[in-house]
Design a protein around this ligand. Structure first.
Ligand SMILES: C[S@@+](CC[C@H](N)C(=O)[O-])C[C@H]1O[C@@H](n2cnc3c(N)ncnc32)[C@H](O)[C@@H]1O
Length: 190
């Protein structure tokens, strides 16, 4: 796979890690592209939980899943990802293989509806608790929109402070892209 953006790079990493039957969370479903990828990867024996605060995003994602993915191995919540601990059934706690966050705003939609560091950090902490050992948290961070810079700093500060004996954190970045940085953090739970 040619990784021509940070998300396709993350997906190529996930293709190596994930197996059919995996359990995944898409913390920001948006237009549903990442959710479809996770649903296809999880297959009939796996499951994908998705979150978004925008009804439009939830509808768009469900439509895309219905059109492109068989079987129906997903549950999409019209709710903030900061509520994932309460909404994901207890039987899946500690069994999640991957959590994807694609921060910022929904492309083609209202650019003032953005992820915010306060709720993003609550959700990242919850995600780390939900992951299985060896599970991966991926966070795509964009610093170019109003509020993005602050969220970028807050998320990287949080992940930098994670205990090295419990988590491994790798950061990748498009370093020749003009303008604001686009980063991907990969956090593996040991
Ligand atoms: C960059 S978009 C996601 C793109 C998406 N992964 C895709 O494949 O199209 C970011 C999304 O985060 C959503 N969002 C903002 N705050 C949120 C929150 N607290 N919980 C869940 N989603 C949130 C926005 O509504 C927006 O749809």
């Amino acid at each position: 796979m040619i990784s021509n953006n940070i998300l396709s790079f993350a997906k190529s990493v996930l293709c190596e890690l994930l197996e059919p039957g995996c359990i995944a969370i898409d913390a920001t479903v948006g237009n549903g592209y990442d959710t479809v990828f996770l649903s296809e990867t999880a297959g009939a024996d796996g499951h994908v939980f998705g979150f978004d605060i925008q009804e439009e995003a939830v509808k768009q994602t469900e439509q895309r899943l219905n059109e492109e993915c068989r079987p129906q191995n997903w549950t999409i919540f019209h709710s903030g990802h900061e509520n994932m601990l309460e909404l994901i059934p207890a039987e899946f706690h500690g069994r999640i293989d991957v959590v994807m966050f694609n921060l910022g705003f929904l492309p083609g939609s209202d650019k003032t509806v953005i992820t915010k560091s306060a709720t993003t950090l609550v959700a990242i902490e919850a995600s780390l608790g939900l992951l299985t050992r060896g599970g991966l948290l991926c966070v795509a961070i964009y610093a170019g929109h109003p509020g993005g810079d602050e969220e970028d700093r807050a998320v990287r500060e949080y992940c930098t402070a994670l205990d090295y004996h419990a988590y491994r954190v790798i950061q990748s970045e498009m370093i020749n892209k003009p303008g604001y940085p686009i980063r991907m953090l990969f956090v593996t739970k040991l």
